[in-house]
Ligand binder design. Structure first.
Ligand SMILES: O=C(O)[C@H]1O[C@H](OP(=O)(O)OP(=O)(O)OC[C@H]2O[C@@H](n3ccc(=O)[nH]c3=O)[C@H](O)[C@@H]2O)[C@H](O)[C@@H](O)[C@H]1O
Length: 446
């Protein structure tokens, strides 16, 4: 199955922008040289040579920020953007409909967290514009279903890649966003060993692309973005606090998120961008990601497929500080509301701006084996358990968030325990995949 995944999954490159640059027509240049035919011929040939070279590089599928895979895709699947009707949809979606409201560009809007955050913002009257490349890291039909949900809520999702600089600049031209909620990323800890370059492309290059657009925008927005609990890596000081070491990542995924935190420092320092990084702790819930354990355990338990439960050395328990999506959404909205102001404009810094990192966890780790027991109860099906040694592919043995900084700075108070949250997830799952409980052996639903 992994073989079908592109090297940079679904990085749909969008058509070249449809706005026009005003270049001098070559004839204007040639006319100046009309008295010297040899010189004018030379000039014509050089211009033609330069133009064809330029055309080659601009149209080549291997231009920077795209892979050959995404380049090939772009010719087939490119979603056109631009034009008056498109701009109108963008403006309308981003329009603030409450006094004092904010206007937010949400990247990864058709993703799990992106969908929930976007609808929550829209519900309270903020302007929201989504951006998503609908890549096929996991079933894109789930992303399309989330997009339909967003559309009903009045959120327009532009189909495009965060690495598409011209598209980002166009969006900032059309809408003076007050905030960017940057959630687009290559997620998943273990998949980083299968497809390392997709992590660099989305989590490093993609983040830089978003920050470049944000720093150039006038007014500059404040940026809130998704880091990860995985940055704590081999840290053994519990619960994990923002002051703990994060220089020993255990996966390339974690390393790219940590790199993102350093990159955030640069853009804050040079350009005065207000930036908040959120270290999410294993977020779960309705409309979740099928690549996460609680999700595929549910699918596999329902069709009596054996599941692997990891254990550490000497049968040590593997545990996660599972955090329910609604609590994460509250933390995201509070982060936007407390993001502070960027001080620069048009790429110039005018003063210092806030740079923050917060843990958003639940503060009560639960073992994977207990997670499975809860699922068994809720699904009324016994799991076929295989306890296996945790493979060395990036996982850490446990996570546990200290959330006192977020409590103080954001008023963040998670309220959902794993039992309550999984109940809501299972209810959604059975509703979304209605045949899954009756159709034995069918894993094709996902
Ligand atoms: O907090 C984060 O920042 C990250 O959270 C999430 O990573 P993880 O905490 O690793 O979640 P997830 O894969 O669901 O595994 C859960 C547990 O099941 C164990 N696990 C997993 C697979 C399996 O077959 N068996 C098993 O025991 C496994 O060892 C683990 O203990 C996001 O996916 C990631 O994108 C990132 O955002």
């Amino acid at each position: 199955m992994m073989d079908n995944l592109p090297s940079t999954p679904g990085k749909f490159k969008v058509d070249k922008p449809q706005y026009h640059h005003h270049h001098h027509h070559p004839r204007q240049l040639i006319l100046r040289w009309h008295h010297s035919p040899l010189l004018s011929k030379l000039v014509v040939w050089s211009i033609l040579a330069i133009a064809s070279l330029l055309a080659f590089f601009l149209l080549s599928p291997t231009t920077p920020n795209s892979s050959s895979t995404s380049g090939r895709r772009s010719l087939r699947n490119a979603a056109p953007w631009g034009g008056p009707a498109w701009e109108k949809r963008v403006r309308s979606s981003a329009r603030v409909r409450r006094p004092g409201g904010i206007s937010v560009l949400v990247t990864g809007a058709a993703g799990f967290v992106g969908t929930h955050v976007s609808t929550a913002l829209k519900r309270r009257g903020d302007g929201v514009l989504g951006l998503d490349n609908f890549n096929d890291y996991y079933d894109p039909s789930l992303k399309r279903a989330r997009q339909a949900l967003l559309s009903r809520a009045g959120v327009f999702v532009v189909e495009g890649d965060v690495n598409d600089g011209p598209l980002l600049h166009k969006l900032f031209d059309v809408v003076p966003f007050t905030h960017v909620m940057h959630l687009a990323a290559q997620a998943g800890v273990r998949y980083a060993m299968t497809n390392p370059s997709s992590y660099v492309h989305s989590n490093v290059a993609g983040l830089v692309s978003v920050l470049e657009a944000a720093k150039s925008a006038d007014p500059q927005p404040a940026v809130v973005w998704a880091s990860s609990s995985s940055v704590y890596g081999l840290n053994s000081h519990v619960p994990f606090s923002e002051v703990d070491r994060t220089d020993r990542p255990a996966s390339l995924y974690a390393a790219t998120k940590k790199a993102g935190e350093e990159i955030a420092h640069v853009y804050n320092h040079i350009y005065g961008l207000a930036i908040t990084g959120l270290r999410f702790f294993t977020v779960y819930g309705p409309w979740g990601r099928p690549d996460m354990a609680y999700f595929f355990f549910t699918r596999d338990i329902l069709c009596s497929k054996p599941i692997s439960i990891f254990e550490g050395p000497n049968h040590a328990t593997v545990a996660r500080d599972f955090t329910y999506i609604d609590d994460i959404v509250s933390g995201c909205l509070a982060s936007l509301d407390n993001a502070g102001k960027s001080t620069g404009s048009g790429g110039k810094k005018r003063g210092s701006a806030p740079l923050r990192v917060y843990n958003l966890g639940n503060t009560s780790p639960v073992s994977v084996s207990h997670l499975v027991s809860i699922l068994e109860q809720l699904l009324k099906v016994k799991a076929v358990r295989n306890v296996v040694k945790m493979p060395r592919n990036g996982d850490v043995q446990f996570t546990h968030a200290n959330i006192s900084l977020a409590q103080r700075g954001l008023g963040y108070h998670p309220t959902t325990d794993l039992n309550t949250g999984l109940k809501k997830f299972v209810r959604w799952y059975l509703d979304y995949y209605p045949t899954s409980s009756s159709k034995k052996g069918s894993s094709s639903a996902i």
